[in-house]
Write a protein that binds this ligand. Sequence first.
Ligand SMILES: Nc1ncnc2c1ncn2[C@@H]1O[C@H](COP(=O)(O)OP(=O)(O)OP(=O)(O)O)[C@@H](O)[C@H]1O
Ligand SMILES: [Mg+2]
Length: 225
Amino acid sequence: MALLELRNVVKDYVSDGQRVRAVDGISLAVAAGEFVAVIGRSGCGKSTLLNLAGAMDFPSSGDVFIDGQKTSGASDQQLTQLRRSKVGFVFQSFQLLHTLSAVENVELPLLLAGRPKAREHALSRLHSVHLEVLEHRFPHQLSGGQMQRVAIARALINSPKVLLADEPTGNLDTSTGSAILEILLRLTREQNTATIIVTHSAEAAEIADLVITLRDGKIAGIKRK
Ligand SMILES: Nc1ncnc2c1ncn2[C@@H]1O[C@H](COP(=O)(O)OP(=O)(O)OP(=O)(O)O)[C@@H](O)[C@H]1O
Ligand SMILES: [Mg+2]
């Protein structure tokens, strides 16, 4: 069964009285352990699609199912709960808290959820991205690639079913980006997440199980490995 499923999903935005159809009837199923790359020109709807897939927003029509749970019709509280328990997000700009050390950034979601052994779990996640020795460094004392590894460890701290990354290598040089892609692919297999990454990287498209090209909010091409 797919961990993530979109059925004929549409998303309209209205700005200045104009309707923009950012996502225009997308259907997609991502299985556990599957790594999907989404590519396409600026403005074609990639980030919008990711936000819908991660329950950050509701579709205007159609349905999104995360581990079998439908996002539309859920209350804000249910949606927040769904997001916290099932979705991990990684961003181009890392989005770490700068006053917290690496390990504190990673353990924060567990502390907020009142879960036990937060430190122990956070250290093991840092270990899985090979950063345990830098646990007490603050973000400004880390390289871009190291910051992104901290962000990946944080995204995976709640053992999410769905892992979403919006241009995770966009701020990194090619070889650092390459290492980050390898980590994302390995963790997708190890943790059995349904993973979607938005990317401009040719390498990402090469290693992905499935490459989806978007154009004007629609799927213009699908390439399976
Ligand atoms: N909150 C919003 N309000 C109005 N329009 C929006 C909003 N967010 C996105 N859009 C529009 O929806 C379309 C898709 O935007 P989206 O951010 O998904 O593109 P993208 O493929 O991620 O682009 P990029 O590669 O530049 O990040 C664009 O036309 C954009 O202007
Ligand atoms: Mg975008």
